[in-house]
Design a protein around this ligand. Structure first.
Ligand code: FES
Length: 139
């Protein structure tokens, strides 16, 4: 998290919605699952920040989602919000959660240069789903 100047000043209040700030300050579902069915850690190559998403899956639906990581306010808030949005999502429903849905749920004016921050947890989630759905050897 090296964008401290941007993320810890009053600029935050002006740029980011209450929803985003609340999820950053009080992240939901932060931590690890006791025995996740699948997990994937995404890295933003532009800054080195990391978000790991863990999922518990039952009957092809996401029954629990957790995250851990070290990221900026946007990526932490996006990960937190994402773990709420995906609950009970059907893995066969396309992208599970669209980037538009995640972006609109943050209710903030995210600059194009920070879109990678929003997408970091979402891409980790999509990697989880993709790996989970890959046929296992012998199947
Ligand atoms: Fe690294 Fe946002 S600045 S994920």
């Amino acid at each position: 998290m090296d964008d401290e100047n941007e993320d810890t000043t009053e600029r935050q209040q002006r740029l980011y919605s209450e929803v985003l700030l609340d999820h950053f300050r009080n992240p939901r579902n932060y931590g690890s699952l006791p025995s996740p069915d699948i997990a994937y850690e995404g890295v933003n190559p532009l800054c080195g920040d990391r978000i790991r998403i863990e999922l518990e899956i039952r009957d092809n639906r996401i029954k629990a989602a957790r995250f851990v990581g070290d990221g900026c306010a946007i990526s932490i808030a996006a990960a937190s919000l994402l773990t709420e949005l995906v609950l009970d999502a059907d893995l066969d429903q396309g992208a599970v959660v669209s980037s538009e849905k995640l972006l609109s749920s943050l209710k903030s004016d995210i600059k194009p240069s920070r879109m990678k921050c929003v997408l970091l947890p979402l891409e980790a989630l999509r990697s989880c789903v993709k790996i989970y759905k890959q046929p296992q050897p012998g199947q």
